[in-house]
Design a protein around this ligand. Structure first.
Ligand SMILES: CC(C)(COP(=O)(O)OP(=O)(O)OC[C@H]1O[C@@H](n2cnc3c(N)ncnc32)[C@H](O)[C@@H]1OP(=O)(O)O)[C@@H](O)C(=O)NCCC(=O)NCCS
Length: 190
């Protein structure tokens, strides 16, 4: 196994039974604005609510710039049989030297609880370890975020520690959990 990340020249596409993953485009901005302006989703993900759909242009450019800088890869999540995305999933490289990244997923409310987030993670994780060459992936989420915890457990993450909150919610700063998955432990559970 190489000791450096093998960062791709283009965002790779993945085709699964439930979802496919592809590069974000300007076509994804309306769906992004809808989920990003959902107060509950925004509080759970820790992302600020955008003022207008026009904020989608800098949102897209931010992800493209991270890709160019080799500090992150973001995918649009498209349910199989559809052409429109319903969410996004991404890896943010937090240590190039140690080959560690953070996983983030947001799905539009209308599509919660349909296995979409879990399916998207199951496409990204083998790529992240076997091709990109990560050694560890971390995920931080509010302790009240049951869906996030369950999703991460299903794909093999384990509890690392509780952390004082730096994600903001309506209730103010809430405590978080840090979950971790290492490259030799990618089995997950059903
Ligand atoms: C967290 C999130 C990505 C999960 O995606 P999803 O597609 O809804 O998840 P899945 O359908 O794959 O379900 C994963 C597990 O969570 C459970 N789950 C889903 N929504 C739930 C809810 N509201 N309450 C409790 N459990 C829930 C599912 O039942 C499933 O567990 P199970 O197989 O034991 O039944 C999605 O709910 C979301 O985008 N939330 C808002 C943003 C967010 O919290 N992002 C993560 C921040 S780190």
């Amino acid at each position: 196994m190489s000791q450096t990340l093998r960062f791709p020249d283009a965002v790779p596409e993945f085709l699964g039974d439930v979802v496919s993953l592809r590069e974000l485009t300007v076509e994804d901005v309306p769906a992004w604005f809808q989920r990003a302006s959902d107060p509950e989703s925004s509080a759970l993900s820790g992302d600020p609510i955008p003022e207008s759909p026009q904020m989608g242009v800098p949102w897209l450019e931010r992800h493209r710039e991270r890709f160019r800088q080799q500090t992150g890869i973001q995918w649009a999540i498209v349910p199989t049989g559809s052409v429109e995305s319903v969410g996004s999933i991404g890896l943010t490289i937090t240590s190039k030297a140690e080959r560690i990244a953070e996983l983030g997923i947001v799905i539009g409310r209308a599509h919660w609880g349909q296995g979409i987030g879990t399916s998207a993670a199951r496409l990204v994780l083998p790529y992240a370890f076997n091709t990109l060459g990560l050694t560890e992936i971390r995920a931080e989420f509010l302790q009240s975020n049951v869906a996030s915890r369950r999703l991460l457990e299903k794909v093999g993450f384990h509890f690392q520690r509780a952390m004082p909150g730096d994600l903001q919610s309506d209730a103010g700063s809430q405590d978080c959990y840090l979950y971790v998955l290492q490259s030799q432990n990618t089995g997950g559970s059903p």
